[in-house]
Write a protein that binds this ligand. Structure first.
Ligand SMILES: Nc1ncnc2c1ncn2[C@@H]1O[C@H](COP(=O)(O)OP(=O)(O)OP(=O)(O)O)[C@@H](O)[C@H]1O
Length: 347
């Protein structure tokens, strides 16, 4: 459906996109994830035809889009600030693209009604935009983007403005809706939770380059680099020397999973791979931070400081959580250890 071949965009000598290759298959939901300034919006703008590429090609359904203007690309766009027309009612907003295509009144009315049902706002045709909540406006913007049946729907921080609880609910609804309609989606977000919940495939960007692409599970299980690991919120990343099934790390010798990459590497220990033992058993640490995370499992995040090594993040159920200032021992569970493919000296 969509292919980018070596797409490069420069602004005054600054490279916003650096030889990006990317494919989105028919009916696939791809989420581009990355920190602010990593080039996500620029990527969408190039695909939409709103930004010129200095090098590389954008192909839609196999056709090079060079010289094809934005309105001829048959794309649906939904941007961060969802830009509804405040002076038009809901039906006027949702029917906009259909009107532009010359659809008759009856056709428009039927399509608008169906779309409002789809996004969970049945009968909202005559409501005024300022009377809608943030979440409702988001749904209207989505209905408007879906109305002309675009071959590719592009979403820029689709749920960015909404509060967390609403985002978590809407993202599940969105995925179900796209699945049902068979919509092909390219979305960008800086929120990893949103990307993981929405996407079939995730593309992590770093400074205009693709740092990693894979299913949410692949990326979560095996981050390609320290950058990706830290971006996903993992703090326990250190250089290590890996030989057979063990790694020499600043935290001591740690067992690693079978068939891990060998030699000078970076090693990630997930917080769930840090086991608390009795003081005097394992690596001695002082508890320097203790944050209650809540959730169904009543989890506590701990920050542990060994005498002569980088701090360690651990998690532990509330009833077993030591107090701040307490002394504990630490051992490592090999299932929570990942040897990164990135070499130890880099980054
Ligand atoms: N029109 C422009 N002129 C000059 N520089 C630009 C322009 N648009 C983007 N940039 C720069 O290109 C880089 C990538 O910007 P982009 O908006 O694509 O990042 P982003 O990942 O979408 O960030 P955010 O999450 O903050 O929206 C940034 O360094 C930005 O300052």
């Amino acid at each position: 459906m969509l292919r980018l071949d070596g797409v490069t965009v420069r602004f005054d000598g600054h490279t916003a996109l650096d030889a990006v290759d990317l494919e989105v298959a028919d009916h696939e939901i791809v989420c581009v994830l990355g920190p602010s300034g990593s080039g996500k919006s620029t990527l969408l703008r190039v695909v939409a035809g709103l930004q010129h590429a200095d090098a590389g090609r954008v192909l839609l359904s196999g056709r090079d889009q060079h010289g094809v203007p934005a309105h001829k690309r048959e794309l649906g766009l939904m941007f961060q600030d969802h830009q509804l027309f405040p002076q038009r009612d809901v039906a006027g907003n949702v029917g906009f693209g259909l009107r532009m295509r010359g659809a008759g009144r009856a056709e428009q009315a039927a399509a608008v009604a169906e779309l409002l049902d789809l996004v969970g706002l049945p009968g909202a045709q005559r409501r005024e935009v300022p009377s809608l909540s943030g979440g409702e406006q988001q749904r209207v913007a989505l209905a408007r983007a879906l109305a002309p049946s675009p071959r590719l729907l592009m979403l820029d921080e689709p749920l960015g403005q909404l509060d967390r609880a609403l985002r978590e609910r809407l993202v599940v609804e969105l995925r179900a809706l796209f699945r049902r309609l068979g919509t092909t989606v390219l979305a960008v977000t800086h929120d990893q939770g949103e990307a993981f919940a929405l996407a079939d495939r995730i593309v992590v960007m770093d400074g205009g380059r693709v740092a990693q692409a894979g299913t949410p599970l692949e990326v979560w299980r095996s981050p390609a680099s320290e950058f990706v690991a830290r971006f996903l919120g993992f703090e326990n990343v250190v250089p290590a020397t890996v030989r057979d099934a063990t790694a020499d790390t600043p935290w001591g010798t740690v067992r690693v999973p079978a068939a891990s990459p060998q030699g000078e590497r970076k090693v990630l220990v997930r917080p769930t791979g840090v086991r608390l033992t009795a003081p005097g058993d394992g690596l001695p640490c002082t508890v320097t931070g203790r944050t209650f995370r809540g959730g169904p499992a009543s989890v506590v995040s701990l920050l542990l400081q060994p005498a002569d090594a980088p701090p360690l993040e651990a998690t532990c159920p509330l009833p077993h959580a030591p107090e701040e200032g307490g002394r504990v021992g630490v051992s490592f569970d090999p299932d929570g250890v990942v040897v990164l493919h990135e070499g130890g000296a880099a980054g």
